[in-house]
Write a protein that binds this ligand. Sequence first.
Ligand SMILES: Nc1nc2c(c(=O)[nH]1)N(C=O)[C@@H](CNc1ccc(C(=O)N[C@@H](CCC(=O)O)C(=O)O)cc1)CN2
Ligand SMILES: Nc1ncnc2c1ncn2[C@@H]1O[C@H](COP(=O)(O)OP(=O)(O)OP(=O)(O)O)[C@@H](O)[C@H]1O
Length: 195
Amino acid sequence: MTDHLSDPVNVRKRSIREAALARRAALSPSERAERSRRIRERLLAHPAVLRASRIFTFVSFDTEVDTHGVIDALLADGRHVAVPRILDDSTIRAVPMTSWDDLEAGRWGILSPRSDTPAAGPFDVAVIPGVGFTEQGGRIGHGRGYYDRWLAENPVETTVALAFECQILPELPLEPHDRPVDVIATEARLLEPGL
Ligand SMILES: Nc1nc2c(c(=O)[nH]1)N(C=O)[C@@H](CNc1ccc(C(=O)N[C@@H](CCC(=O)O)C(=O)O)cc1)CN2
Ligand SMILES: Nc1ncnc2c1ncn2[C@@H]1O[C@H](COP(=O)(O)OP(=O)(O)OP(=O)(O)O)[C@@H](O)[C@H]1O
């Protein structure tokens, strides 16, 4: 009996994750900022986002595609924005955000809501982080299954992942619980495998 950490799929996921994280970390801060700006424009121009009233988005940390400008634009436009709060049972909950003052540094230093009052759903759009993706919408994250579990329980009209091109991979070892995303916005293109 193989436990889940020594399971061949998880061993492969771990090495792919490390390689993709290293490529993302190799972008300079100015490259990251410029590419994040292009990704933000592509996201905000997407029809699903243009018509969305309720949006659940990650708050970027570390070397991820920067979502601070996305959140500022959505709030300035009067949309209902919710962001993840990590709960003790290893799940995430969408909590409303109306200002950066609503957030504080939480686990892994990620800005998270102080409140734990759940946001009213369902969401029109979920903006999702990830470490590696395929053009078909396959996704791996940090390997804790937070988003896979959240998406399994929360119906969302359109899921949009944000990624740098260096995170798009020819293939990924995927498992039955892995939830594909509908759209991927990169600095170079819009992929719409699920639309
Ligand atoms: N911005 C953002 N928010 C998010 C996520 C995310 O990927 N990005 N998550 C998506 O799930 C959840 C948090 N999950 C995370 C899980 C692990 C690590 C992390 O970096 N952990 C180790 C490295 C080992 C590992 O990758 O697990 C570390 O501290 O270095 C970060 C976030 C909820 N909020
Ligand atoms: N819908 C689900 N229900 C129960 N467990 C799940 C579900 N989705 C994922 N898991 C569990 O979570 C763990 C991590 O899954 P996986 O490696 O796919 O995470 P990930 O997609 O890389 O991470 P994340 O979603 O946090 O960014 C696995 O052990 C998996 O069994």
